[in-house]
Design a protein around this ligand. Structure first.
Ligand code: F3S
Length: 427
């Protein structure tokens, strides 16, 4: 691979062993994909395993050692860098009654990450929706992990980014470089699978859960082909687009989708396909959407003990809807309702009185934590019973179900009802 003088300098170790290893890693990835060269990126989004997938024991120790080695000698990130959420807010662990030793080990691990990334100049977003805070422009090249960020950046913003791993995303942040392959090249960004909504569906009336189900179901059908949605409302909101992105990240291996007339690289179907014929056509009717709703539920009993909203982190309009649904109601004492968002939106929602409404009802609004309930499927201290979870997020339902947790998937309205009554209606 042809390297610039700047890249040769990093490779020689003059910027420290961490940066040297980072460049070696990016070159190895580039060679595997037959990239001609590395390119400059304007930003990166990192996902730190020891913070997001924290667990007691070996995994967190190994992750910490890997990160410590990766940043050895590095003094700063070379581009603006945002970061994904942490695993679990210690305050929630306390509320769940987790042992102090567990919480202490988690605190130490989180402190290591926070200090390390702060020293390197991270923008401490701790969210899977960094686009609420640090937005990029169409055509920019970026580095990054977290499937939602990659899908949103490529599809909704027209930013060019590959689905990277935690270590390669960190390498892009340390070097400001990424190999030129995949989604950085125009020829790989065309649509491949046409998705047609049938007449028995009214997308204008879709709930967030419907968008989740559509995305999750289509992901399973396209597998690795870039879908092109036809017939979605042109005035789709950022919240709806966020829910169209996130489930595709777990039910398919794709980095991008198009929605004709909505996303920036899909002004027309012809332009989206890049002059090629579609590889496949998929029809989605009410039947497929209902089947996905059923598929995402694994619970067998009506009792609900946890309700999670905010996978991906909620927007202000969602926070308003949650507050409106909860106004004047009390959450059942045995149920924990967690609403996850980002720090700036949390502060705005507090200023607007929305956090007070949710908290006065007995719910918790947290910022910076992965609200998919990942702490319920890994790292649960011995002797703690997880119980039954309700959520309106297909991505959270997918992960929880895969982790053996009993889960109900449905609308925000149903989730709030479950928080108030402790039961899933229609169970
Ligand atoms: Fe975000 Fe965690 Fe869901 S990172 S998209 S809240 S799985």
């Amino acid at each position: 691979m042809k390297l610039t003088a700047d890249e040769e300098r990093m490779l020689s170790g003059k910027s420290g062993p961490g940066v040297q290893r980072a460049l070696e890693l990016l070159i190895a990835v580039g060679e595997a994909y037959e990239a001609e060269k590395l390119i400059d990126i304007s930003s990166s989004h990192i996902l730190s395993p020891e913070m997001q997938f924290w667990n007691t024991g070996q995994l967190s120790r190994w992750s910490r050692e890997l990160v410590a080695e990766s940043v050895e000698g590095a003094t700063h990130f070379r581009v603006p860098v945002t970061i994904n959420p942490i695993f679990l807010e210690p305050a929630i662990a306390e509320r769940l009654g987790y042992p102090e030793s567990y919480i202490e080990e988690m605190r130490q691990s989180l402190a290591f990450g926070r200090e390390t990334y702060a020293r390197l100049g991270v923008i401490p977003t701790y969210t899977c929706c960094p686009f609420y805070i640090h937005t990029l422009r169409q055509g920019e090249h970026s580095g990054g992990a977290e499937s939602l960020v990659v899908l949103f950046n490529n599809s909704v913003l027209g930013v060019r980014v590959n689905r990277e791993s935690g270590p390669t995303a960190l390498a892009t942040a340390l070097t400001g470089k990424t190999p030129l392959y995949g989604m950085h090249l125009s020829e790989n960004r065309h649509g491949q699978a046409i998705v047609e909504l049938q007449d028995d569906l009214d997308p204008k009336a879709f709930t967030y859960a419907d968008y989740n189900a559509l995305s999750y179901g289509v992901g399973k059908m396209v597998v690795d082909k870039i879908p092109v949605f036809l017939g979605l409302p042109r005035n789709m909101s950022i919240t709806q687009l966020k829910y169209l992105c996130a489930p595709l990240g777990v039910s398919a291996g794709i980095p991008m989708f198009h929605a004709v007339g909505i996303t920036p690289e899909a002004p027309t179907l012809e332009a989206t396909l890049g002059g090629r014929k579609p590889e496949t056509r998929i029809e989605v009717s009410k039947k497929e959407i209902s089947r996905t709703f059923e598929e995402l539920c694994s619970a067998t009993e009506p009792r609900v003990n946890y309700v999670f909203l905010g996978c991906p982190h909620v927007t202000i309009p969602e926070m308003k809807e949650i507050a409106t649904l909860l106004q004047g109601k009390k959450i059942k004492s045995e149920v924990l309702l967690v609403v996850g968002t980002t720090k700036p939106l949390y502060l705005l929602a507090r200023q607007m009185g929305l956090v007070d409404i949710i908290e006065n009802s007995g719910g918790m609004v947290v910022s910076g934590m992965c609200s998919a309930g990942s702490f319920l499927r890994r790292g649960v201290p011995e002797g703690f019973h997880v119980g039954v979870v309700a959520t309106n997020a297909a991505k959270a339902a997918h992960y929880l179900k895969a982790g053996g947790v009993q889960v109900w998937f449905g609308t925000m309205q149903k989730c709030i009802n479950a928080a108030v009554t402790g039961k899933w209606e229609d169970a």
